[in-house]
Design a protein around this ligand. Sequence first.
Ligand SMILES: CC(C)(COP(=O)(O)OP(=O)(O)OC[C@H]1O[C@@H](n2cnc3c(N)ncnc32)[C@H](O)[C@@H]1OP(=O)(O)O)[C@@H](O)C(=O)NCCC(=O)NCCS
Length: 291
Amino acid sequence: MSDARIRPMTVDDVPRAERVTAIGFHELDSRMSPRSWPDPELRPPRRSAGWIARTEHLLGTDPGGSWVAEVDDEILGVVVSFVREKLWLLASYAVVPHAQGLGLGKALLAPALDHGRGCLRGMLNASNDPRAVRRYHEAGFRLYPQMLLRGLPDRSRLPVVEHVREGTESDFDLMDSLDRRTRGAAHGVDHHQLIRQFRLLVTERSSGQGYAYVDNGVALLAASDKRAASRLLWEALASSDGEVLSGHLTPENSWAVDVGLAARLELHHDGYAGLRHLKPPAPYIPHGALM
Ligand SMILES: CC(C)(COP(=O)(O)OP(=O)(O)OC[C@H]1O[C@@H](n2cnc3c(N)ncnc32)[C@H](O)[C@@H]1OP(=O)(O)O)[C@@H](O)C(=O)NCCC(=O)NCCS
């Protein structure tokens, strides 16, 4: 696509960029993902609003991390990346279906990777799209298959969960240290974004600590040990309402598979963790975009 212009994303671009990712992922999900719900809607309004708020937040913290590909004033592709404590992270990456496979994705990823120059370590959630996988492999990422739990928890199987409480901003220091221990870099300012969107659970005992953002499943979890992590996941299931979806589980997090299957959820495989100079974090469930 020689007439495409790759330029930094601006705040004004964000609503149109959101549509590009919604269309790109909807087409992919209908092709190959167990993640898609029976709902034919492109992306539910609440999730669109979440994408927009998160991307505005990332444009504020990392103005050089997000780029768009434009042809005749039409945005055909987007990439959103950011850096936390020398860890480069990819939040979103999509090209509209009719322009895929023509090199736009490669041209977009280059300046985003350049935003992370100086970071040896990198982390992303790769979709099932073989085109995406080619790009990440070329950029030096090792790919680890991930699993996903979904379904209605069998309430008769839920244990009584103890030592889990609501979290607040006063827990952020503990949470940042759990992030550093598991994924090697704190979420820092991203916790302020996440707490606006999700319920925060914390477990804090002398024998083990952890936290989880939950919303009918786990949106992000980090813990010092499997027992603390399992307590949080059980509480997430107990407090869920309707179908649960919890993805991004590497085999290193088989404690989550143990809990999910005990609750009689379905197990599927879905996508890859893409990691560069980083071992698969555990006990850890990354957020889909903020990782
Ligand atoms: C992933 C995505 C952003 C890449 O953008 P793109 O413009 O399609 O990417 P490019 O054209 O630069 O590169 C695609 C690569 O896959 C190859 N490819 C194209 N069609 C393919 C197919 N059907 N199967 C396997 N490989 C294919 C291309 O040859 C190219 O590899 P190469 O450069 O080594 O030759 C885009 O395809 C997309 O939006 N996919 C759906 C959403 C998604 O999965 N996003 C990633 C989130 S993790």
